[in-house]
Design a protein around this ligand. Sequence first.
Ligand code: HEC
Length: 130
Amino acid sequence: MRSKLAILVAALIPFAVSQPAAAQDLNIEEVFNCAADGPLGIQTPEECVESRNILLNNCTSCHTFVPIVKAQKSEDAWNSLLTAHRERVLHMSEDEFKMLGDFLRSHYNETEPVPSLPPALEALSTNQPA
Ligand code: HEC
């Protein structure tokens, strides 16, 4: 079951990224908001876009992006998640890893609304990776 879902999601991501208004209803600007008035934290909109690409390219091989964007973690909670995850993404540079951390801390926390996802992806939020 999980592998079928993984294939579905893997197929959805590039399509949704290039065509946000398509039938999948994945609103990329809501889920990974890099608008000038979005939750950029210390990042510029350009750094935010780069960071979300880093996330999509490095954080979706073992699980989908769903548990990431549904998280509402404090800064400390993101820092400990990232520390525990560092050895899982050894191919990432320190600069990429730092940008990703800035992006995660400013976007997915208790002051930001949890983004809504298309049903197929929403169903994954209760399926935490093993
Ligand atoms: C090599 C496999 C692997 C990669 C790559 C990976 N993860 Fe994970 N992730 C896991 C596993 C396994 C779990 C289940 C909980 C655990 O063991 O930490 C998990 C769980 C999670 C969770 C949910 C658990 C929680 O504490 O909220 C989040 C959020 C998460 N990962 C974020 C990320 C981010 C961000 C990246 C990119 C830097 C990433 N993951 C890349 C394997 C991976």
